[in-house]
Design a protein around this ligand. Structure first.
Ligand SMILES: Cc1ncc(COP(=O)(O)O)c(C=O)c1O
Length: 377
């Protein structure tokens, strides 16, 4: 348990024990199902924690040149890279840092495959099964007209020479039953190609560390698929599942303003800059010790410290009247936060720390003016 009196504000704090618990679950699913599970950096790339990851998993997936380089340099293994659109300028470096490269279109494959031919690289194609349970279009790669992945009708009966794998990503915080439905569609539409390939990457969105996720069902589903296609190496590349509920964003109240009876606690963090998914998805984050507003109890909006009008969220009921200096702790703020933050408005970026298994706070990184200035010209 984090002792919040030892944590500066604002700060993302990851709990090592919780991370290790998730990693153990993921490792055990991978071993029992006979599949490889790798970390998607797009959700979480706090590289100072990679030595912990390496005790449980070996590889990661990159969606860009910089993620591929981070995999090579800090994870210590070449990346399984999938990028929506590779460029001539970046591709040679991607080749240097990757073991697998998946292409988003047939044109991209044709254009860049020659550069991989004499390297130790296994090439794949992202397919679009045109089926996904994800309801929010922002997170649905199979929405009509999607730019992500090749649809079955473009592939004919034979994959281009040199394609050794197929990759699909259609899930988002999904269950194994969603995967089951997707796999049935993938098998029906693309099964004819499976004899031509060596690996199948089932993307991310497998939230196997969430309470209630049926890992036994996932394992039996993957085993059954493997029994049907024993020559295929199966790869899963979740992101959220690794960092799910492993830590918090600690903030504090800087001011309390009131307008027409609405009280807003102004914080030293911003939803827009530091918790962007709350506004994008959108979803209401949980605050330790707070519940949804209840008539007659002290009720607050939480206000971000950028000037964006919509940089607030509400309402919450707290058991006490808030005062300046009180801590407000947002739960589950490790995945898709640090990787997505901005310095919009020049607002200060929260520090990053780990609450270690020895019950100590370890400050990993602080940010300052130079970080802001360094991104400007
Ligand atoms: C291609 C691909 N792989 C993996 C992931 C990771 O997904 P998640 O963090 O939901 O598990 C994503 C997320 O967008 C993705 O686009």
């Amino acid at each position: 348990m984090i002792d919040f009196s030892k944590v500066p504000s604002p700060c993302y704090v990851m709990e090592e024990d919780l991370l290790r618990k998730n990693l153990s679950t993921i490792k055990s699913v991978g071993e029992r199902a006979g599949v490889e599970i790798i970390l998607a950096f797009k959700s979480f790339a706090m590289w100072k924690s990679f030595p912990i990851f390496r005790e449980y998993i070996h590889c990661s997936t990159a969606s860009s040149l910089y993620e591929a380089r981070l995999a090579y340099e800090e994870m210590g293994s070449k990346a399984h890279t999938y990028g929506p659109a590779y460029t001539d300028r970046e591709f040679p470096e991607i080749v240097r840092c990757s073991s697998h490269i998946t292409f988003n279109s047939l044109q991209q494959f044709e254009r860049f495959y020659p550069q991989t031919q004499f390297e130790n690289i296994s090439c794949g194609l992202r397919i679009n099964p045109e089926f996904s349970d994800v309801e929010t279009d922002l997170y649905n790669p199979c929405a009509p007209g999607s730019r992500l992945g090749v649809v079955a009708e473009l592939l004919g009966d034979k994959l281009p020479e040199g394609v050794e794998g197929l990759h699909f990503h259609t899930l988002c915080e999904s269950t194994s039953f969603d995967l089951e439905k997707t796999l049935a569609v993938v098998d029906k539409k693309f099964g004819k190609f499976f004899s031509q390939i060596k690996w199948l990457n089932m993307g991310g969105g497998h939230l196997m560390t969430k309470k209630g996720y049926d890992t036994e069902h996932l394992i039996s589903l993957l085993k059954a698929f493997k029994a049907k296609y024993p020559h295929l190496q199966l790869i899963l590349e979740p992101g959220s599942a690794f960092a799910w509920r492993t830590g918090v964003l600690v903030s504090s109240v800087v001011d309390i303003v009131e307008n027409k009876g609405i009280k807003t606690a102004m914080l030293d963090v911003s939803f827009a800059c530091h918790m962007p998914d709350c506004l994008e998805m959108p979803y209401k984050p949980a605050i330790i010790g707070a519940t949804d507003a209840i008539e007659g109890k002290p009720t607050y909006r939480m206000g971000g410290n950028s000037c964006l009008s919509g940089d607030y969220f509400g309402d919450w009921w707290l058991d006490r009247e808030l005062k300046i200096g009180d801590q407000i702790i947002f739960e589950d703020m490790i995945h898709y936060t640090m990787v997505k933050t901005t310095m919009f408005n020049g607002v200060s970026h929260p520090a990053i720390g780990i609450w270690t298994k020895e019950n100590e706070f370890k400050l990993i990184r602080e940010f300052g003016y130079e970080d802001y200035k360094g991104r400007m010209s």
